[in-house]
Write a protein that binds this ligand. Structure first.
Ligand code: FES
Ligand code: FES
Length: 161
């Protein structure tokens, strides 16, 4: 067997069963973008520090550039494309980012939202410090994080009420 022999990988992405033949070294981010044409998760670095590629894998936020596609075999993956309801209604986190001007360039935003969903799930009433700590692995290169933090705070409040 050569090292680039392809293997079949199958998982559920945004509620849909998907499978494809990939090289074992294929990263989850490349599988999502190139095999499934899900271009919401971005590649913003080659050192695993920007967070633009963040998706939800089995209920946890992960940087999809740090996971091989084969490691997600059988898993449940949620990307930004799967966040809105079937009728197009925005997820409360997306709505809060919109309402509180938590997005500027849009490049980092999908990763910010997918990282925030983990926080909101685990901390119903996160402090500003907890939010900033969660966003530690997500870089915004164009501005400050104030509105992003405000949006996540507002989304967690609306999730509680
Ligand atoms: S592309 Fe994954 S952390 Fe930057
Ligand atoms: S808002 Fe995305 S990099 Fe600044």
């Amino acid at each position: 067997m050569t090292t680039d022999a392809k293997v079949r990988v199958a998982m559920n992405v945004n509620g849909r069963a998907v499978s494809a033949e990939v090289e074992p070294r294929t990263l989850l981010i490349h599988f999502l973008r190139e095999n499934l044409n899900l271009t919401g998760p971005h590649i913003g670095c080659d050192t695993s520090h920007c967070g633009a590629c963040t998706v939800d894998l089995d209920g946890r936020s992960v940087k999809s550039c740090t996971v091989f596609a084969v490691q997600a075999e059988g898993g449940q993956v949620l990307t930004i494309e799967g966040m809105a309801a079937a009728d197009g209604a925005l997820h409360p986190l997306q709505a809060a980012f919109h309402e509180h001007h938590g997005l500027q360039c849009g490049f980092c935003t999908p990763g910010m939202v997918m990282s925030a969903i983990d926080l909101v799930k685990n901390f119903p009433d996160p402090s500003e410090e907890q939010i900033r700590e969660q966003l530690d692995g997500n870089l915004c290169r164009c501005t400050g994080y104030h509105n992003i933090v405000k949006a996540i705070k507002a989304a967690s409040q609306s999730a509680r009420s």
